[in-house]
Design a protein around this ligand. Structure first.
Ligand code: MN
Length: 247
């Protein structure tokens, strides 16, 4: 099995090293990741300049672009084969609920999915974590499952792993995305030259974290697995909007 690995934290991040190491037990791994931290890059493609692909001493490739660029470039031209899976992560921090819209980790997996490759995004639910081995092993378990039992349809899985030892994880739960409260306000600051600048504030806390959500599963010590889709159509509003415009 050929596995393409990417992330949004950058090719030097400990999470991607742990992921690549774990997945090597299942298949041939190629790492193509951004040259710097592109967390929050979402599904952006770089269209205003060319992309450079370079190889680090450890064999990882890095690109001066976004997570989406990395997977797009790898699958549509760099690799001489279509990978059997794309795995993105292990992200340093959760990607649950509304995070998935902004996440570069999820975006890298989404790009694989859009290009027809089964894809998984893996995030570790901790901002202070240093040990990514449990989350990487969870990714390996899922990759092994794919190898033994390929999923019958195109699939995009968003996986969030509680920050605890592998043996202390309580199991896996299939979840839906929860919802967050509105983000914290921007933080105003002044540069040494007297210019006012703004830092984007933190994500809001969980608003819908009820039973069945990703937030709930992780809080209970389970690995959360949410199958995602990309169709943004609000089917429930089609008739209401039609009526509103007089049709
Ligand atoms: Mn990140």
């Amino acid at each position: 099995m050929r596995i393409l690995v990417s992330n949004d934290d950058g090719y030097f991040a400990p999470g991607i090293a742990a992921l690549a190491e774990a997945l090597r037990e299942v298949g041939d791994v190629t790492v193509v990741a951004p040259e710097r931290d592109r967390s929050g890059a979402s599904n952006s493609l770089t269209l205003d300049r060319p992309l450079s692909l370079r190889r680090a001493a450890n064999g990882f490739y890095f690109v001066n672009g976004t997570p989406t660029d990395c997977v797009h470039l790898a699958v549509t031209g760099m690799l001489d084969h279509q990978p059997d899976m794309v795995v993105s992560g292990v992200n340093h921090g959760a990607n649950m609920g509304d995070d998935t819209i902004y996440s570069g980790t999820v975006a890298a997996a989404t790009e694989g999915y859009l290009l027809g490759v089964p894809s998984i995004a893996v995030s570790l639910v901790s901002k202070a974590a240093t040990d990514f081995s449990a989350a990487a092993r969870v990714a390996r378990d899922l990759a092994e499952r794919f190898l033994r039992n390929p999923f019958p349809q195109p699939v995009l899985l968003n996986v969030n792993v509680p920050d605890r030892a592998y043996d202390d994880l309580r199991g896996q739960r299939i979840t839906r995305l929860g919802k967050r409260h509105k983000a914290e306000p921007v933080i105003r600051s002044t540069t040494p030259r007297g210019e006012t600048v703004y830092w984007v504030g933190a994500a809001g806390g969980a608003a819908d974290a009820g039973e069945g959500t990703d937030f709930h599963a992780v809080a209970e010590g389970y690995v959360s697995i949410t199958p995602l889709q990309i169709d943004l159509t609000h089917t429930g509003q089609i008739s209401t909007v039609a009526e509103w415009i007089g049709q």
